[in-house]
Ligand binder design. Sequence first.
Ligand SMILES: Cc1ncc(COP(=O)(O)O)c(C=O)c1O
Length: 358
Amino acid sequence: MSRPTRAVIDLQALRHNYQLAQSLAPESKTIPMVKANAYGHGAIKIAQALADLAPAFGVACIEEALELRSAGIKQPILLLEGAFDAAELKVAATKGFWVMVENHPQKEAIINADLALPLTVWLGVDTGMHRLGFQPSDIAEVYQCLNNSRNVSQPIVFTSHFACADDLDSDATAKQIDTFKACAPVTALQSLANSAAILAWPKAQREWQRPGYMLYGNSPFSVAQENADQLKPVMSFESAVISLRNIAAGEPVGYTGNWTAQRDSNIATITVGYGDGYPRNAINGTPVLINGVRCPLVGRVSMDMITVDVTELTEVAIGDKAVLWGPELPVNEVASYCDSIGYELLTRMPGRVPRVFL
Ligand SMILES: Cc1ncc(COP(=O)(O)O)c(C=O)c1O
């Protein structure tokens, strides 16, 4: 028998979430973001599972794009941070990768490149996030330069990214949309929406939309939201009980003994730890499902194991199923116990955890 720790990936749920994104903006084309190993789910399998639906894919860097190409993905692949040097531009042009252009050195590199084929360019505008993109006041001139370059194929796509679309009460998103409108020609192809905007900001709809987190079935919001409530979590992070022991009230558990039993207790050891991406800073009381019942994590998370108080369970045995997060226990909820967000917990799951695709 092999170690029972695994991430079960429900590809039907993935497709449901993609179709939800598409149905919320029927006039838009939906580009799945599969960067960071498809938010930890396995980029190749995720892209393959969406290949008949998606017109393109989005990644952070050329290495991720090349991995998808090598696996037979045929669609254009958008490099969200653009090319990092001239050599990458050449590869992008020959491999059919689309490049974001975010700053003047990137623009100059495209114009001066010696390319076999012209590139599809996405022109990034800094509408208020102040992370990437040209200043709105520079856009007309930059657009003109790119438009005149033989290295740039038509049309150029105008794009920007939201800083606060997950905050339904903030006016920042509406302001960013206004800033974008003021500098992106109405006739140009445009792209604005990430998951939160697709779900909650219809004014952000444009020709292309770029969902990431929602595709994996998790809500970007900290409050209930009508559309987000229809998402189906794709990953179920599962393990099993490998040891059980009764301890007396007053006994500590785990490294540093940071939890002490207040009553005679039954402690289950689960074969999952921070070496599998379970957060080490998860606090005592973080919920873990044992046989479908929420039980509290107790004691420090080890590299390969955690300990859970199963005193309340009437029946528990070695081999019983544990779920760290999944459809019955949202990763967002687990993240709230460890000063993190679901995005981070999913993304940092290491290769040691086998991905099992349903
Ligand atoms: C430029 C860009 N577009 C889209 C996304 C997808 O965002 P989300 O996962 O919130 O949908 C990201 C993610 O960081 C991004 O950087």
